[in-house]
Design a protein around this ligand. Sequence first.
Ligand SMILES: Cc1cc2nc3c(=O)[nH]c(=O)nc-3n(C[C@H](O)[C@H](O)[C@H](O)COP(=O)(O)OP(=O)(O)OC[C@H]3O[C@@H](n4cnc5c(N)ncnc54)[C@H](O)[C@@H]3O)c2cc1C
Length: 476
Amino acid sequence: MNDAPFDLDPALIARFAAIVGENYALRAQADIAPYLTEPRGLWHGTSRLVLRPGSVDEVSQIMRLASETGTPVVPQSGNTGLVGAQVPDASGREIVLSLSRLNRIREIDVLSNTVTVEAGVILQTLQEAADAADRLFPLSLAAQGSCQLGGNLSSNAGGTGVLAYGNARELCLGVEVVLPTGEVFDDLRKLKKDNTGYDLKNLFVGAEGTLGIITAAVLKLFPKPKGREVAFAGLSSPEAALSLFSLAMDRAGAALTAFELIGQRPYDFTLRHAQGVTRPLAQDWPWYVLMQVSSGRSAEDAGGLIEEVLSEGLEQGIVGDAVIAASLAQGDAFWNFREVLPDSQKPEGASIKHDISVPVASIPAFIAKAAGAVASVSPGARVVCFGHMGDGNLHYNISRPENGDDEAFLGLYHAMNHAVHDVVRSFHGSISAEHGIGQLKRDELIATAPPMAIDLMRRVKAAFDPAGIMNPGKVI
Ligand SMILES: Cc1cc2nc3c(=O)[nH]c(=O)nc-3n(C[C@H](O)[C@H](O)[C@H](O)COP(=O)(O)OP(=O)(O)OC[C@H]3O[C@@H](n4cnc5c(N)ncnc54)[C@H](O)[C@@H]3O)c2cc1C
């Protein structure tokens, strides 16, 4: 696609601009700049045009024109993605299509427990609207104040609610998609049960904008829990954390709504660098777990369950120490501690990050084996391991050695990735549990996935987007 002999000429720009109106066709580089890089500044691109359509019909007209003229289009929602998938390439020939003006909640159906939402609705806005309707929309992640549903669905976001409620894909019942041709595929159905042929919506969810533009979706809502209890526990090892997880699943079952693992290093970094956090436990431990139990009946019910799990854990010697939040505010403070963990790594210098998953039962063995792999690439490098243990998903990040050189460490980027990902593969795990592929992991995916899987993905891509105008160069 990038070799195609076309350029974005002013007449074409004017035709695109006429679809959305001058105010919503950004051409000045100062206006466009925020769309060309992501907030961490790791990925930069070039473009001469950002379009901000205000209706599905305008999206459709844009894609029709893009298709006619072979103009590559990069969909963008909240621009918080972590794999460079929402950023255009350096050629200047791609246009950015921002969905942020499609921001209506079309319908909340409390009886069907569904919400029909447009792609540009901010995740937190949806959470608040569901709450006002006495329902829960459980997708929850640290970027929720700025990421949007179209981006959440396209990257199949995970976050902290997956254990009990599933990731974005599992929360999605139907989609409305504008295809690269401009045709609108309206599949906005509210059905939990629907066995009528191929599951087309799930091709678009997680496709990172490479197959079409999601303009709206039907999502699941849940009854709002009547009680929520959060606890912080200190443990001696990942094996102990696995035993505690097993115990919590056994006692609390579906009421166990979060089980987050935190290594001592990210815990220490957070205490050292984050503003306004307090030490959750008096004593230091090699590992910590943040656990949440929710009850559809009452706060007492949730409290009883979490106490049972922790006291049994203490009795069995699995748990070293634990504190149950004494108030909602303390529970929020525990969650805040978890949410600021990733940023607390920054002041420690350069880091190389991995978003991996392995079967939950393999987590302790993975942690042990990966430590050896890291040391073989960079002796003294500091493992910063935390994540959604209940989902088998770890953010297995590596900070450079103390007093080490940032640039020299980043020079080991590929070697470190390969070493850690080889360990992941040895456990039949995934090199991208929740952040996606984008540009960051595309070449590794192609090099290491089963050739048949890549071939099938390419056939799907060719069927939906034969001209290759949808977010080219991303995923495959
Ligand atoms: C602080 C922070 C914490 C995070 N925590 C988590 C976490 O816990 N779990 C997790 O899974 N992720 C996490 N993320 C990454 C997360 O996936 C994204 O933040 C979010 O889901 C992407 O939404 P967005 O609106 O920003 O999408 P964007 O970044 O704008 O886009 C993401 C992808 O979707 C495509 N896209 C966007 N909108 C559409 C559309 N309407 N139709 C088709 N394609 C589209 C883009 O082209 C791109 O490929 C985190 C990010 C940050 C910055």
